[in-house]
Design a protein around this ligand. Structure first.
Ligand code: GLY
Ligand code: MN
Ligand code: MN
Length: 434
């Protein structure tokens, strides 16, 4: 769990980053599931990061000059709480979440002008939601009408998310501990999946097993729709139907992670359902594993984040040349795009409160940014031979292999958070032996 003092420390850094003015953060709205029920609410990662507040219908107003924040929240309501669950309310916002003042959300329009007036800079993420843009533009239009007020409205607009997402990119020790646990739970799910998946079982049975493992360990559930892709389904990158019966000689690609205290893990393993790789499957697996290890070794302070992708790609191109599935000169292939039909995606993304975590990938000049301690990224090369791929001998068609780990960049090298999910050939074969 992230404690109150950690949230307070983050707000101090947020105020430092803003420098001046007042920043607004609106909680993401609830999403309808059908016409009158909702998806389980997922706390807004940005507001949560700074306050620990996890409810919808909330707005934080962060004053970088007075270094304090106000929180607008759903008030306590016995009737509503009987139906929908407990609320922190105005008192909880102050006592538990460290707000300087809190108010019912119904008072936002009335109180917001006073909190913003007098500041030169307004930090608001325009374009994120029409509803929040409307609230802000209503306040601004009021300032225009009240032009004779001695304290004018803000004259400068900035995006608070640049500052906030840069903070989120660097994981604190408390976050690393939660992310490690999130990865440990996900890894346990993968081990269970390897033991259980066999010809005759269905993909959804494995999905159920994964998610049971997540929940039983205290995670709130999957961090994204779990992918259990057997046979040629493994060549569909975000396959989530999970309906097929697993057949003999299938590979099973499982891409699943859990969400723990808001933090995602994101792990992929690929294994033979019957405990034996075919010759072709084994060759492909070995190439992807070699590429993944080479890429992890690049997750080092001072390297470009894209170096992991580049070395993974080189390793896989070498492997494809060996197999005769790519032809021509290596340098020419690497300069071109002929490998793209087998390498369908990039190798890394940031990981944190969002599975595709926020934070920029390039520096101000547009160059790939350099890795620094505290960043967490995935390393997930894959090779895919789609069933309708032209010019590929049929024994390769329908094979898809991806191996994905979560990697923390440290002063002393890459730390693989997800290492408890086996990926070495003999370890995978030991767990899948039938
Ligand atoms: N599971 C989504 C991804 O690997 O990016
Ligand atoms: Mn994944
Ligand atoms: Mn991923």
């Amino acid at each position: 769990m992230i404690t109150k003092d950690v949230f307070a420390r983050r707000r101090e850094r947020f105020y430092d980053g803003l420098g001046e003015g007042v920043a607004l953060l609106f909680a993401a709205p609830e999403a309808l599931y059908g016409h009158d029920t909702h998806y389980r609410y997922r706390p807004d990662p940005d507001l949560f990061y700074l306050t620990g507040f996890a409810e919808p219908e909330a707005v934080g107003v962060f004053d970088a000059e007075k270094r304090r924040y106000s929180l607008f929240v759903r008030p306590r309501d016995r009737e509503r709480e009987t139906w929908d669950g407990r609320r922190a309310g105005v008192k909880g916002a102050v006592d538990t979440h460290g707000a300087w003042k809190a108010h019912p959300i119904s008072e936002l329009a009335e109180r917001l002008p006073e909190l913003v007036r007098g500041h030169v800079v307004l930090h608001h993420a325009w374009g994120l939601s029409e509803a929040s843009d409307r609230v802000v533009s209503t306040v601004l239009s009021r300032f225009r009408r009240e032009a004779r007020d001695p304290r004018p409205g803000p004259s400068l607009q900035k995006d608070p998310l640049h500052v906030l997402h840069e903070l989120r990119l660097f994981k604190e020790p408390e976050e690393v501990a939660v992310m490690q646990r999130s990865a440990d739970i996900a890894a346990q799910g993968h081990r269970e999946a390897m033991k259980a998946a066999r010809p005759g079982r269905h993909e959804y049975e494995i999905e159920g097993l994964l998610e049971r493992t997540f929940r039983a360990a205290g995670a709130s559930g999957p961090a994204y729709a779990s992918i259990v892709a057997s046979g040629a389904n493994a060549t569909i990158l975000h396959y989530v139907e999970n309906r097929r019966r697993i057949e003999a000689d299938d590979l099973v690609l499982v891409d699943a992670g859990c969400e723990l205290h808001g933090y995602a893990s994101d792990i992929t393993r690929t294994f033979p359902a019957s405990g034996r790789f075919t010759k072709e499957q084994k060759r492909v697996y070995e190439i992807v594993l070699a590429a993944q290890k080479a890429a992890i070794a690049k997750a080092v302070v001072g390297n470009r984040y894209i170096d992991a992708h580049d070395v993974a790609r080189e390793t896989m191109v070498d492997g494809l040349l060996d197999l005769g599935l790519l032809k021509g000169r290596r340098a020419k292939i690497l300069a071109g795009t002929s490998d793209k039909k087998f390498l369908l995606h990039r190798t890394s993304h940031w990981l944190g409160l969002d599975v595709h975590d926020r934070g920029r990938y390039n520096d101000e000049k547009g160059e790939p940014r350099l890795l620094e301690p505290g960043m967490v990224l995935t390393v997930e090369p894959g090779l895919y031979f789609r069933e309708d791929e032209k010019g590929v001998p049929k024994e390769w068609l329908g094979i898809g292999v991806r191996i994905e780990d979560d990697v923390l960049v440290t002063q002393t090298g890459p730390r693989v958070l997800s290492e408890k999910a086996p990926k070495e050939l003999d370890a995978v074969l030991a767990l899948t032996a039938r």
